[in-house]
Design a protein around this ligand. Structure first.
Ligand code: NAG
Ligand code: NAG
Ligand code: NAG
Ligand code: NAG
Ligand code: NAG
Ligand code: NAG
Ligand code: NAG
Length: 923
């Protein structure tokens, strides 16, 4: 459950720097001055000037009249060799605040207005802007190290003039570079639960590095072709207490990542900026949303790719410009940078996931269809069909309770679900009600005793306000909190044996700004520079930045709140249930895929949101969170039947499939629609359920090898330029291409099919693509899915629940290559035990097709496939009618061949899956 209405982005509010220590600056007061964007009257202003408004009227020396930019004509004769770069290669020198020409030049920057008010900055760094000087590079424990010093402090308050540079060659494809303050203990990110280190192999690294010593900058090149992938000499390195900045050129304009934002898969480099600051905010453009993932991947021109990860959890703003180039600005921490050289896109993701951790293996049942809404107000309503409950279940909206009147028989209902093979999940919000009479609400009383809550700056428990009213917020960076959380979950689970937990509102969301008492006025609440965030201030909609957590201040830890809660919840469920945990989180940070899936928040029931759900899901694939989906049919607002049908069809191919609806909206469960719509939805559901063995196998590869599940086309076909931009279609693994309808009223669509043979999954019709667009028919009952030649898809007959479908006979869809070959695999275990891969309690079977036969090769057989059979197969691309078909050498009579589509279908087999089998056809 989340806020009812979409928030309007409040007027963007920026802060000016405290400037007292900048000798060449105007005499602005030391006080933090709030600046409101776009109040300035001058229409021909630069982007910098657009940010300008003087909020403190006492600062008369900086009146707008003095502050008007010189007109364009007057300054075109500005001459300085260092200032002659093309406008698109300018790097903004007035990013932190608005500067007049004089102020700009006092910073030692170039000032040259342009005709346009948006786009390139008017105040920008000259080449070789003074910065840090690099000392000698010396061997260190982990690689090389050096000291950086600057002669004069930068223009930033609390500048740090000495830095330590560490260069570590982690692996062949991964370079790790750290810039930190050697003299003080600055905050550094610690990801929860150590990420298992893989064996380091850095024998033949894919990169070379070069260092410019004065001013300091570095260049990373791809060794194989000399391509520059990082060049930070284009702008100065800035490193002050609350402002860290690093610019680099980009090897191409094809950049993805830097979530979570409402955007296409490729980011817009036309002078845009993206803020990473977790915020409960319905998805819409130009807003920071629920999660932060300071990682990007660049597709290079020739199919190679690289990625960059800034391991920093402070508020981050990334500015993109068409140079192409990018500037990181962080409000704290250190610059802890990883460069992943791929060389192909999927390797980049693997290298990233070696740093942040591989995704968890989800329980099999969690890949089924989930149905949920806010507004199932009683168990009897929930009983009708449902597996999930929003906060409706809770007594006075307090978690770990259930309403005795409306949900009095919740335990019985859950037992009943379990008997029917249905699972039950409910919501937990982190806010713990703090005003129940002592002794009536143990989670708070116990939490108080065990000191688990976040404190305010004076050491008292910080009280905010969420659904139950005043609430305290658990500090999940404290080990005792994780234990308390586990105890709460254990207590509740002993009454209501939930199967999984849905953790919402964990940005964390707060209905009052900061706390019920407000926040103190400090540099943490009002930093010298605040990135563009919804609400204008960092503590808007969340806790005070000065709030104290075990590991550090909330200022530093905010973006990790959901991650730390997901870790605590995953760990608790594991211990309490002794089975594979299922956790779904709204807020996220790098590495959350190890503990949880993610959904994309409060999407609206409209076509645009349907369309943008694809890049949203694909971005989480890049972030190591394969278990992801959007709320099917939309959460906010009423859906329409057509939209809901199309959304169910696309949603059948979200790795995580849930229909979820807001309170008070018209119902959108499949059964409320007309027969025709229901049939279309049923068919999409059956298709998904039939594909679950394949999907589960993809999750196994994500877990063990950091492969992606929902996969952008560029990742699979990196050398095909047509695939670089596609985000209206996507793949499952390397072999299924999904091409959904995303427009109202459409019954056909243009889809791109990469080079090769693609078979229509519904009827086996082949299409021989030269790498081209194709007009596909897509009536309301159809979602187009194509199987790639050379692949074998393991499937099972669908059933009403995953519990039932798991016992059904398997069948194989074999998509022969032009040469008559195909390959596929199946990972299978009991679907619910912990660490089956580690304990080797699983089966792994390889299927190969060639020379008119399909053969299974069970490489690992530990129980789970006993008593399961192969019931049949369909072979796409069999050139001519077979004379006979043999299964394990015996003639079978139940087969058909369609000469128009060249599909051979064999049914009524009963070949044990746990043994080698062969199915042959004779031409
Ligand atoms: C800056 O302004 C303040 C207040 O107007 C004044 O007291 C101070 O002397 C000024 N400092 C300089 C360096 O001009
Ligand atoms: C901006 O300045 C140019 C040249 O001085 C002028 O022609 C134009 O009208 C101005 N634009 C606006 C919006 O005032
Ligand atoms: C790095 O950028 C600087 C400044 O634009 C440029 O002069 C230099 O050639 C670039 N170096 C490489 C290797 O691209
Ligand atoms: C970039 O943005 C500007 C201003 O919004 C617009 O005029 C221009 O056409 C855009 N350029 C590209 C390449 O999209
Ligand atoms: C649910 O429905 C049953 C049967 O109609 C009824 O006996 C029971 O009281 C209802 N439970 C609640 C909590 O309303
Ligand atoms: C901290 O919380 C206590 C108790 O609610 C309150 O009295 C105090 O004013 C708060 N301190 C700050 C700085 O908000
Ligand atoms: C949505 O549907 C509900 C229930 O049918 C109705 O009460 C509400 O007015 C509808 N809302 C809009 C915006 O049409």
């Amino acid at each position: 459950m989340t806020l009812l209405s979409n928030f309007v982005v409040a007027a963007l509010v920026l802060s000016a720097f405290a400037l007292s220590n900048c000798f060449y600056m105007n005499n602005l007061s030391d006080r933090i001055t709030k600046l409101v964007r776009s109040v300035h009257a001058e229409p021909n202003k630069s982007i910098a000037y657009e940010r300008l408004a003087i909020a403190n009227p006492t600062e008369t020396h900086n009146k707008p009249s003095e502050n008007h930019p010189e007109s364009f004509k007057e300054t075109t004769n500005y001459r300085d060799d260092k200032c002659t770069m093309a406008p698109q290669s300018r790097f903004d020198c007035a990013r932190d605040r608005v500067l007049s020409k004089r102020q700009c030049e006092e910073r030692g920057c170039c000032y040259a207005p342009l005709p346009n008010s948006v786009g390139p900055p008017w105040c920008f760094y000259p080449s070789l802007y003074p910065g840090y000087k690099l000392g000698p590079l010396t061997p260190s424990k982990r690689g090389l190290a050096a000291t950086l010093t600057r002669a004069k402090p930068s223009y930033l308050p609390r500048d740090i003039s000495t830095l330590r540079l560490e260069i570590i060659e982690e692996t062949t494809g991964c370079l790790h570079l750290i810039l930190k303050d050697p003299s003080s203990q600055r905050y550094e990110v610690k990801l929860p639960a150590d990420v298992p280190k893989s064996r380091a192999d850095n024998s033949d690294v894919l990169y070379t590095t070069e260092y410019q010593s004065d001013p300091f900058g570095f260049i990373v090149r791809r060794k194989s072709n000399g391509r520059t992938i990082i060049n930070t000499t284009v702008g100065p390195l800035l490193f002050a207490d609350q402002y860290l900045q690093l610019s680099t050129t980009l090897a191409s304009s094809l950049v993805s990542g830097l979530g979570e934002h409402y955007t296409s898969l490729l980011l817009d480099l036309n002078w845009t900026s993206l803020t990473l600051w977790n915020r409960h905010m319905a998805p819409h453009a130009h807003a920071n949303l629920y999660g932060s993932h300071p990682f990007y991947i660049v597709q290079e021109a020739d199919g190679l790719a690289h990625g960059v990860f800034l391991l920093n959890s402070n508020a981050i703003e990334v500015t993109l410009q068409p140079t192409p180039a990018l500037t990181w600005v962080s409000t704290g921490g250190i610059l802890d940078l990883y460069f992943f050289l791929g060389p192909d896109p999927q390797s980049v993701i693997r290298q990233y996931l070696q740093v942040i951790g591989h995704p968890m293996m989800p329980p099999y049942w969690s890949l089924g269809f989930h149905l949920c809404r806010w507004g199932y107000t009683t168990t009897n309503t929930t009983r009708k069909d449902v597996q999930w409950n929003d906060l409706d279940y809770a007594d006075k909206q307090r978690i770990f309770t259930f309403d005795p009147r409306r949900f009095g028989d919740l335990p019985e209902m859950v037992e009943e679900f379990h008997r029917r093979g249905i699972k039950y999940i409910l919501i937990l919000d982190p806010g713990i009600s703090s005003t129940s009479p002592t002794g009536t609400y143990p989670p708070f009383d116990d939490g108080l005793k065990r000191d688990v809550f976040i404190k305010n700056v004076t050491g008292h428990i910080l009280i905010g306000k969420v659904w139950p009213g005043p609430t305290a917020f658990p500090d999940f960076t404290n080990p005792e909190t994780r234990q308390w959380w586990e105890d709460c979950i254990r207590g509740f689970h002993s009454k209501v044996p939930v199967d999984g937990l849905w953790i919402d509102m964990n940005e964390p969301a707060n209905f009052v700004q900061g706390s019920m008492e407000g926040c103190p006025h400090t540099d943490l609440e009002d930093p010298p520079y605040t990135p563009r965030v919804v609400g204008g201030e960092l503590n808007s909609g969340t806790l005070c930045m000065s709030a104290q957590q075990r590991q550090s201040t909330h200022y530093n830890l905010h973006n990790m709140y959901g991650l730390t809660e997901a870790y605590a919840t995953n760990r608790a469920l594991t211990k309490v249930r002794g089975k594979r945990p299922f956790v779904l989180s709204r807020s996220s940070y790098s590495g959350i895929g190890r503990f949880s899936g993610v959904w994309t928040g409060d999407v609206r029931s409209d076509w645009e949101q349907l369309r943008f759900s694809i890049p949203a899901v694909l971005q989480f694939s890049l972030f190591g969170v394969p278990l992801v989906g959007a709320d099917i049919c939309g959460f906010e607002g009423n859906t329409t039947e057509e939209l809901c049908v199309r959304w169910m069809q696309l949603g059948a191919f979200y790795p995580f499939m849930r229909n979820h609806n807001d309170n008070f909206n018209a119902p959108q469960e499949p059964y409320v629609f007309e027969q025709e719509a229901q049939a279309a939805m049923r068919s999409a559901l059956n298709l998904r359920y039939s594909l679950l063995p394949f999907l589960y196998t993809l999750f196994h590869h994500a877990h063990t090898s950091a492969d992606t599940v929902a996969r952008p086309l560029f990742m699979e076909f990196p050398t095909d330029p047509n695939c670089q931009t596609i985000d209206r279609q996507f793949l499952w693994g390397s072999s299924l291409l999904i091409s959904p309808v995303l427009e109202q009223g459409s019954v056909k669509l243009t889809a791109y099919l990469p080079f090769g043979i693609w078979y229509n999954l519904h009827n086996g019709q082949p299409f021989y693509s030269k790498g081209q667009y194709l007009l596909l028919s897509a009536p309301l009952d159809t979602i187009n899915v194509h199987v790639r030649e050379g692949h074998i898809i393991p499937q099972q007959d669908p059933a009403l629940t995953t519990t039932a479908s798991r016992r059904n006979p398997f069948f194989l869809t074999v998509a022969l290559s032009a040469g008559g070959w195909a390959w596929g695999d199946l990972f299978w275990d009991d679907g619910d035990s912990l660490d089956t891969y580690k304990t080797q309690d699983y089966c792994y079977v390889i299927f190969t097709a060639g020379q008119s036969q399909v053969v299974s090769d069970p490489l690992m057989l530990n129980g789970a496939l006993d008593e399961l059979v192969l019931g049949g197969l369909q072979v796409f691309g069999v050139p001519s009618p077979p004379r006979y078909v043999l299964a394990n050498g015996e003639k079978v009579s139940d087969f058909t061949y369609h000469s128009d589509t060249k599909v051979l279908t064999v049914t009524k087999l009963t070949l044990p899956m746990s043994k080698v089998f062969t199915v042959q056809w004779a031409l």
